[in-house]
Structure formats: C-alpha cells, structure tokens
Ligand binder design. Structure first.
Ligand code: 13P
Length: 246
C-alpha cells in the first residue's frame, strides 16, 4: 500500500529549538497509531540539526555546491544537517527571484546529492482561457528538462499561489484540484514517460486546514499535502494527518 504523504512547510512560523523539539515529540506521540500516512517536516535551516525522529527537509537550496555564495545552503550541507528532502521552486522563493532556470539547477543539485526534491508548481491566477495550464506545463518542462532519471525520487507539489496563506473557504475546490492533478500527471508522462509519471506522488498545497483536508484527499486525486500555516499548529496538523489515514 502506498502511503499518503503530508509535508509540513514551517516557513518562518516556528523559531526556537525548544518549541520545535517539543512539537516533533508530541507529533510522534499523537500520530503514532495512524496507518497509511506519513508526516515529513521542513523547518527553517537553523532547526535541522536539532530535530530527530521524523524525516526532515530544507525549504530551499542553492544550486551551487560550494564557493562564494553568501547566505546560501547547498544540497550536501542540507544532507549533513539531517535533511533527506528539499522543497524546490516554492512560489515564495520564486517571488524573491528564483526563475525556472534556477529551479531547474536547484532540482538537479538536490537530486545529484541524493536529496529528494519536492518540486512546487502553481499559477498565480486562473484564467477562463486556461492559460494557467500552459504555465504549469512550462514550469514542469523547464524544471525537469534533461532530468528524466530524477523520476525515481521526484515529488511534485501543486500549489496554486492564489490559494496560499488563506483559509479553507478560499482554498481550491476538490474538483478543480483533481482536474489539475490529471493535467500534471499527463504532462509528467510526456516528460518522463508514463510508467515513471505514475510513480511520482503529487501533493496539493494552498490553505489545507482540518476543515477541507478530508474532502481534498478523497475527491482531489492527490497523494497527500504540502501544508503551510496549519502545519505549525500541532492540533491542526494532527487533524490533517488523521484525514489522510487509509
Ligand atoms: P498555506 O497552507 O499557509 O496556504 O501554505 C501553503 C504552502 O505554501 C505550503 O508550501
């Protein structure tokens, strides 16, 4: 049975080592009996070395391996700090200037170092003429260009930018999520091949809360979630995990 995957993107919500350690130990206790679902956590970089007991990831990375790049963190540095995965191409990083080219290079750097890339794609707005589908196609094609061999480890997160950081009522409806996931899967099949595309977990992110997690997981056609604000609230995050039980 393929487990569902729920990734907590803590962004800058949880700061202190003590609060983070307590969160993880309570998370482990409260989610211990849940079957068919796995929780991973992407804390701020500074917390990676102090946390244990759950799969950890970075929220971004440098495409460079080393050198004069002030403030940057490489894939190997992430790995040494305890990360097994990394979020790549999050819209909040794209807003800060990361281009499709940068995302492509970061993805290759992560995969090359054996760190699982969680590739984020998503449109800033939906349009009646379906232009958002072309944008998603472009984001996927450019990120995965020449990287067919990545398929074995790749995870894709569909995060419509307009639905991020709001509340369950503003999130995408399950039917629209399902339609978009089918489109993403088809696009992945064109790029990676059908068999490989079927293996890639596709997560949804964008105002996932306890109120909408159950319908999104049953009717949205996704393999799990990438959760922002609700992942920094233990009770809410555990409720979301419960919705994903199999
Ligand atoms: P919210 O869950 O706060 O909308 O954030 C989603 C997100 O950006 C996860 O990466």
């Amino acid at each position: 049975m393929k487990k569902r995957l729920v990734i907590a993107n803590w962004k800058m919500y949880i700061h202190s080592p003590d609060a983070a350690k307590k969160f993880i130990s309570l998370l482990k206790r409260k989610s211990a009996g849940l079957s068919g679902v796995e929780a991973w956590v992407a804390p701020p970089f500074t917390l990676l070395p102090v946390l244990k007991g759950v799969k950890l990831g970075g929220q971004t990375l440098s495409s460079y391996a080393d050198g004069a790049h002030t403030g940057e963190i490489s894939a190997a540095m992430l790995k040494a700090a305890g990360a097994t995965f990394v979020i790549v191409g999050h819209s909040e990083r794209r807003t800060l200037g990361d281009t499709n080219e940068d995302v492509h290079a970061q993805l290759a750097a992560a995969a090359g170092a054996g760190v699982v890339p969680v590739l984020c794609v998503g449109e800033t707005a939906r349009s009646a003429d379906g232009a958002h589908f072309s944008l998603l196609e472009e984001q996927l094609a450019s990120a995965l260009r020449g990287a067919q061999s990545l398929a074995a480890k790749l995870i894709v997160a569909y995060e419509p930018v307009w639905a991020i950081g709001k509340s369950a009522e503003d999130a995408m409806q399950p039917g629209e999520v399902e339609e978009t996931v089918i489109f993403i899967r088809k696009t992945l099949a064109n790029i990676l091949g059908r068999k490989e595309a079927l293996r890639v977990p596709i997560l949804y992110g964008g105002s996932v809360e306890p109120q909408n997690a159950a319908t999104l997981i049953t009717d949205g056609g996704v393999d799990g979630f990438l959760v922002g604000h609700a992942s920094a609230d233990l009770e809410q995050f555990v409720e979301i995990l419960k919705s994903c039980r199999k």
